[in-house]
Design a protein around this ligand. Structure first.
Ligand code: DXP
Ligand SMILES: NCC(=O)COP(=O)(O)O
Length: 247
């Protein structure tokens, strides 16, 4: 089965927040994305609520529960107590833990699993008690993956920013793709499933899914939203699904 597509709505929320107005609607664009075939919705509510607001989460939860029960809700973030309580209130199917500092402009690195396994293990246990699948944001490298597995997490999500950044340098892009492929192979060997995300677009998805055919899910927001401004959300989701290998 081809890799599942989860649409990240952060960029839609960022546009919505420019004015004190309810449009563009985060829930409305999420509905269009799911109706077009997306397998889930992702948000990354940051402490400053610069884009996705905490109030968006129950609306997105209700959208999936009421209209798209086969879809998944994926909430990403740094696991402080506020975030964990927000997750417990909204009961996502998947939680993706990211080592982001509140001051970061965006996510740009994965966990140091050897350094942070003692911190992460009780958090993973708490989230799994809530019934969530837990994914840990990871650098595209093999080091520390056994420590990631030992936290009890179900998946790692490999950071694809470096891969995507070399869009004008095929040799560097191929080298980053091989790092991702080797890291994924090592994760699978440890019994972890693998997600991927950050700066993915229609142009760089086919090579990624070919190199990692067992990839479970990609979560895509910035590039997909940029295309949606040009082609519309429904047509864009269908383009991204095709790039993921769906008919
Ligand atoms: C974890 C990751 O790479 C992205 O999912 C993250 O959501 C990007 O955050 P911003 O949308 O705030 O840049
Ligand atoms: N986990 C990656 C994600 O949710 C979206 O990242 P991006 O496509 O906005 O870079």
């Amino acid at each position: 089965m081809p890799v599942k597509l989860s649409v990240n709505l952060n960029a839609v929320a960022m546009l919505r927040n420019r004015r004190d107005l309810p449009w563009p609607s985060v829930t409305g664009l999420g509905r269009i994305a799911l109706a077009a075939g997306a397998h889930g919705l992702t948000v990354h509510p940051r402490p400053d609520q610069r884009h996705t607001r905490n109030s968006d989460l129950p609306e997105l939860r209700a959208l999936i529960d009421d209209e798209f029960p086969q879809a998944e809700f994926n909430i990403e973030g740094y696991p402080n107590e506020d975030f964990l309580q927000l997750v417990e209130k909204n009961q996502p199917e998947q939680v993706t833990l990211v080592p982001d500092d509140p001051a970061q402009a965006t996510s740009d690195h994965g966990w140091n699993f050897i350094e942070h396994s003692a911190f992460l293990t009780p958090i993973v246990r708490r989230l799994k008690r809530e019934g969530a699948r837990v994914s840990l944001f990871a650098n595209p490298e093999t080091e520390g993956l056994s420590a990631a597995r030992d936290t009890g997490a179900d998946r790692v999500e490999f950071y694809t920013g470096p891969y995507a950044s070399y869009h004008s340098d095929p040799d560097r892009m191929a080298a980053e793709l091989e790092k991702l492929g080797k890291a994924a192979d090592a994760a699978f060997a440890l019994g972890l499933d693998v997600n991927a995300g950050h700066d993915l677009v229609v142009a760089n998805l086919p090579a990624l899914v070919k190199r990692i055919p067992r990839l479970a899910e990609v979560s895509i927001g910035h590039g997909l939203t940029a295309d949606a401004l040009e082609f519309g959300m429904a047509a864009t989701v269908r383009r991204f699904l095709k790039a993921c290998g769906w008919p």
